[in-house]
Each structure stands twice: as C-alpha cells, then as structure tokens.
Write a protein that binds this ligand. Structure first.
Ligand SMILES: *Cc1c(COP(=O)(O)O)cnc(C)c1O
Length: 384
C-alpha cells in the first residue's frame, strides 16, 4: 500500500443521512420487533418498484432463498438446478432441505445459467431451477420460463444483485415463483444484513408468511383474519427487526440518488477503459439487448490467470482493491459432497480464473475514478 494515499475500497455502504433519524424514530416506537411501520413501508416500496404480487422482508438473502425452498416443499430425493458460478447461499438453501443441488455451467456472454445445459440436466427428480442474474444482468428468461413450464419445474430467482434490473421492462425477481433480494452491505441498498422474498404466486403467500413467522399464523392474527394464533406448519424466524427496516427505508428514500451515482461509475468504466481493453486482449463486461442492469458490479476478463493475479497486485500497489469473484461451486468441497455435476463446467472454471471486479459504490469520487482508470490504463498484460 502507498503511504499517504487513501485506499479505494471495492465496496462501502452509502449513508443517505436518513439512517440515524429513522433508527431514532423506530426506537421511539414501542415496536422494535418485526412487521411494524418501517417494515410495511419498505415492503410496499419493493412491491411497487418490482411489480411482485407481494413482498416479505427477511433477515438475509440467504434466508429468503431458504424460505422459498421450504415453501416449495423441497426435500430428500429432489434435485434443483443451480448455476455453478454463484455465491454458496444459492446452493445451501437447497442442501439444507436435504435436496440435491445440480450444478450447471454458465454462458460466456453473461455468466448466467446455460439453458441448453439446464435442459440436458433435467431428470424426473428435478423440482426447481434456482437461477442467478449475475451482476443484475438477466439470464435468458424467455427460454428458461419456457423450459420450466414445459417440465413443470418451479423457478426461484436469486436476484441478490438485481434490485433495479429489468428484462424487457419487467423487474427481475418477478419471473419465477419467488425472487430473493439481499441487503448485505456489499449490495446496492443495505441495512447491514437483510433480505426480501418477492412472491409472484398469490397462492403461496399465506404459506410463506407462516414459514417466516415460526410456523405460526401470527400474520393473519395481526390482520384480524383469525382470532388467535397457533403453530400450523413448518417454520423458522425470518423476519428482521424494525431497526433493520428503518435503515433499509432510509436507503430506499434515496433510491434514484444511489442508483444514479452507481450508474455514473459503471458508465465511466465502460467508456474510459474501452480503448485500453481492446489494445490488450481484455474483455469488458457487456450487457446484451433487452436487459437493463442495476450497476451492481463491473468486471473485466484478463487474458490469462497469471494476468489476473498481476492485475490485482498492480492495483493493490496503488491502494485500489479489485477482487476476483466466485470460485465455482461444483469444484468446492461442499459442492462435491452435497451436489451433483452432470457435465463439465469449463466456462465457469475459465472465467473464475480471469475475472476481476472494479471498485463500484456510491461513495466513489471523480478523483477516485481518475486514480482507478489511470492505474488500469498503465497495466499491460503479459499475454495480451
Ligand atoms: C449476497 C448474495 C447472497 C446472500 O445474501 P445475504 O443477504 O448475504 O444472505 C445470495 N446470492 C447471491 C448471488 C449474492 O450475491
């Protein structure tokens, strides 16, 4: 690290200024547990933004995926197709039910689920497909929804990257039975840790509410729909406190400001790195037509793994943090023990060794970006 030079972080949470007053307001109320006024406001915001049938705030994105897996009744003997290039949560939610994640390769263009490989991986045990929209760039949802419908298989969208992302104008997370969002502090909107489940099948709402509330029908009781509440189904505790919801709502109040700042960073990389990338055999992240991305991340593909390592080190020498990303799950210890991988996953294996993400958050200044662009522009790959 250079002395006297401020480190440029890969990701830092953005403070809108409303977090403290909203927390103070939540503390003044007698409702500190979940499902108070801030939870209602934040879920309404999400339902309106996404067009989902209904939204339930959860304690994390991982918990939203787990809730979906319980609600779908996944269990031992069931198989669920998952892209190998994703965060472990997409698969743990399945494995925790005793079901088997089946890992499938991704496509070079988007690093999203390969639909031909998905079709080939279907068996009579396949119950669902957990699709990920990497960087909030939509997977091929036309072909995926068609394939799922033809085979009577549910879709769950791990949309942790994709708040503010669309496919043909429709918000991601609303194509499957369920969509999972995350408010971890590396995501566009955060309350530290948190998540949400987008529900797009009205018939599953009441079951999802019950699972989220320890298997009780407390939500119906609070709405006056039943006169006492009791244990009625499987469940856990997936509802965040009002303090979390207050911070989240503070972020949502500044939705356009946060997204505007992030898009400005993304656009600057796309413009300023074009010539350098073309001259040095580097591929920049692309967004295929019909997709509107949310500026969640920006990545480069270096020519070789050696170049990836050298690139990360050369930015680190300038106090700039630029990390690689997912280690494919099919090759992980738990992926091998708990999952199944019917075909080689060559694209994911190759991209994991060449991909680097650039700093992208709403706190980056013009001079930070000057530093990042200039550090990158002076890097020359060995194999370029
Ligand atoms: C962040 C993330 C998750 C997990 O979300 P948490 O809120 O941290 O539990 C799941 N899947 C993907 C693709 C993610 O990026």
């Amino acid at each position: 690290m250079l002395r006297g030079v401020r480190q440029i972080s890969f990701s830092t949470p953005y403070r809108t200024g409303l977090e403290e007053p909203y927390i103070a307001e939540a503390l003044k109320s007698s409702v500190w547990h979940g499902d108070g006024q801030f939870t209602k406001r934040a879920s309404d915001f999400l339902t309106e933004l996404t067009g989902a049938t209904s939204t339930l705030l959860t304690t994390s994105g991982t918990h939203a995926l787990e809730l979906a897996a319980v609600a779908l009744g996944l269990g031992p003997g069931d198989e669920v197709i998952v892209p190998t290039f994703t965060f472990p949560s997409t698969a743990t939610a399945i494995a925790l039910r005793g079901a088997t994640p089946v890992f499938v390769d991704v496509l070079p263009e988007t690093l999203n689920l390969d639909i031909d490989a998905t079709a080939a991986a279907l068996t009579d045990r396949t119950r669902a497909i957990f699709v990920v929209h990497y960087g909030g760039v939509a997977a091929d949802l036309d072909r995926l929804t068609e394939l799922a419908a033809a085979n009577d298989v549910a879709i769950v969208e791990d949309n942790a990257h994709g708040l503010g992302a669309y496919y043909d104008g429709q918000h991601l997370g609303t194509f499957g039975t369920f969509g999972a969002q995350s408010w971890h502090d590396t995501k566009n909107f955060t309350c530290g840790e948190g998540g949400a489940l987008l529900i797009n099948d009205a018939s599953l709402l009441s079951r999802a509410e019950i699972i989220r509330e320890k298997g009780t029908n407390r939500s119906q009781f609070l709405r006056g729909q039943v006169d006492k509440y009791t244990w009625v189904d499987q469940g856990s505790s997936y509802l965040p406190s009002e303090l979390q919801a207050a911070v989240l709502m503070a972020q949502f109040e500044h939705y356009s400001e946060i997204q505007g700042k992030r898009h400005a960073v993304w656009d600057r990389y796309a413009t300023d790195l074009k010539a350098w990338a073309a001259d040095h055999g580097v591929s920049l992240m692309t967004v295929p037509e019909r997709r509107q991305h949310p500026a969640h991340l920006y990545y480069l593909l270096l020519p070789t793994h050696e170049d990836q390592q050298a690139f990360i080190a050369s930015l680190a020498a300038e106090s700039i943090v630029a990390p690689f990303h997912y280690q494919p799950l099919h090759a992980s210890p738990a992926g091998k023990a708990l999952g199944r991988t019917p075909f080689p996953c060559d694209v994911a294996d190759d991209r994991a060794h060449r991909l680097v993400r650039l700093p992208l958050h709403a706190n980056l200044t013009e001079s930070d970006l000057d530093r990042v662009v200039s550090a990158i522009s002076s890097f020359v790959p060995i194999h370029g």
